[in-house]
Design a protein. Structure first.
Length: 81
């Protein structure tokens, strides 16, 4: 079963309460999403570490209920990764 974008947003915000999350359904099929996430939790972390934080927030659903998620992460201070 596919995940809806509100469920994805909720899970990310649960793990990163200060996050600003923007999710787009890329194909209209509920399986291919793009997410931009801005959080102070990312400050000082590498792009890989930032993405791992997001994947961990999805609690194993990535690759199962959630087929594809393109990520863009930004530190809360405005630095882009």
């Amino acid at each position: 079963m596919a995940m809806n974008l509100k469920e994805i947003e909720s899970m990310i915000k649960e793990a990163l309460p200060d996050a600003i999350v923007d999710i787009q359904d890329l194909a209209g099929d509920g399986n291919h999403y793009s997410a931009t996430v801005i959080s102070s939790v990312f400050n000082g972390k590498s792009k890989i570490e930032q993405h791992k934080i997001i994947y961990n927030s999805l609690k194993g659903k990535m690759g199962n209920e959630l087929h594809a998620l393109a990520l863009k992460t930004k530190e809360k201070n405005g630095s882009t990764n």
